[in-house]
Design a protein around this ligand. Structure first.
Ligand SMILES: [Zn+2]
Length: 156
């Protein structure tokens, strides 16, 4: 794995800044989140990926670590279909501002990674004296859009 010490150092630093003791389990989960390649995930998905790539970790521990990370602001918990929890990961390399597309219908979320756009939004907010930390665009995802046959954004 390239730059192992660098990424490990960054993760240790991130835990430290959040006031979390750098346990092996926390580092495993954080490392897996960094390599998951998707923003929105369920506990089951994360658990399976951990079991595939890392040392065994119990589901109880995964829940505990996720709770710590949620408190630290690494994650946002959201509810799919009203009862199923899923998490949205906030990687450290998004500088200050996270822009999310959120489906009104199923709650699916995706992050927009466009540094230029994010910087523009940040400046617009700063000009009005606001330190922007997040923005949300509501609409219908590809799946729900084709299910309802409704083009474009749906009004609230
Ligand atoms: Zn949807």
């Amino acid at each position: 794995m390239p730059h192992l010490t660098d990424t490990l150092h960054i993760r240790l630093q991130r835990l430290h800044q959040a006031g979390l003791r750098p346990t092996l389990q926390r580092l495993s989960v954080l490392g897996t989140l960094d390599t998951l390649g998707q923003d929105s995930f369920s506990v089951e998905q994360l658990f399976q990926t951990l079991r595939q790539h890392q040392q065994p970790i119990s589901l109880t521990t995964v829940y505990r670590v996720l709770h710590d990370f949620e408190t630290a602001g690494f994650l946002t918990r959201q509810w799919m279909d009203g009862h199923r929890a899923s998490y949205l990961y906030h990687p450290r390399n998004v500088p200050g501002l996270v822009l999310r597309l959120v489906c009104r219908c199923c709650g699916h979320q995706e992050r927009v990674d466009d540094p230029e756009l994010l910087e523009h939004l940040r400046q617009q907010a700063a000009r009005r004296g606001m330190e922007a930390t997040g923005a949300t665009l509501h609409g219908l995802c590809r799946h729900c859009n084709s299910a309802t046959g409704e083009p474009g954004l749906k009004r609230a």
